[in-house]
Design a protein around this ligand. Sequence first.
Ligand SMILES: CC(C)(COP(=O)(O)OP(=O)(O)OC[C@H]1O[C@@H](n2cnc3c(N)ncnc32)[C@H](O)[C@@H]1OP(=O)(O)O)[C@@H](O)C(=O)NCCC(=O)NCCS
Length: 195
Amino acid sequence: MLPGSLQDEITLPDGTAVLVRPITPADAGALVALHARLSADTIYRRYFGARPHLSPADVDRFTRIEGRARFALVAARGTDLVAVTRYEGRPGETSAELAVVVDDALQRQGVGRLLLGRLFDVARVAGQEVLVADVMAGNAGMLGLLRRLALPGRRESDGDTVTITFDLTALELPPDRADRARGHLARAGVDVPPS
Ligand SMILES: CC(C)(COP(=O)(O)OP(=O)(O)OC[C@H]1O[C@@H](n2cnc3c(N)ncnc32)[C@H](O)[C@@H]1OP(=O)(O)O)[C@@H](O)C(=O)NCCC(=O)NCCS
């Protein structure tokens, strides 16, 4: 079976399944709808400020994968998006910034951890060496989630923001996780070197 045809699902505590897949431009409407459902607090923690609407330019950028430099995974229930995680770097560089957001109604059910874990695997397979997370110092949820991932990371803080720098070269992927990550990259049409 080609890696791109593998299906990736997360099962929620209530037993329902959520599909994990790369974002596509066809998700534009669903991304706008997810943003419209987010609480002001969730938006503030994700974007470091108020952002009542996503601009058309944001939606365009957020729904386009760019080779190995910019990638996003979504958790989808039917045509609805319930979570998005992304990394973004510059083409040709091996360092990128990460972000994640989960629909308020589904927070604290394991979606963020499972989705972000997969994003780390994708970044590793895509050849990223460093992922950086900028987190508001009071964002206990994100800081807890990053701790829970238990990956080696350097932590710095200027008081308002905690910056955690993860060294992906230290991440040894078991074959099943590497295959799953390759599947996501293949589905998005991103070429990666053979393992
Ligand atoms: C941060 C966020 C992504 C976490 O996603 P989530 O799906 O709710 O988190 P999970 O259920 O996967 O939690 C994983 C672990 O993170 C920690 N955690 C998550 N939410 C937490 C909270 N509110 N307080 C403390 N720890 C928390 C816990 O250790 C948790 O494991 P446990 O439930 O077994 O104890 C989500 O709350 C969110 O979208 N927040 C707003 C946007 C944001 O802050 N984005 C990050 C900006 S870079």
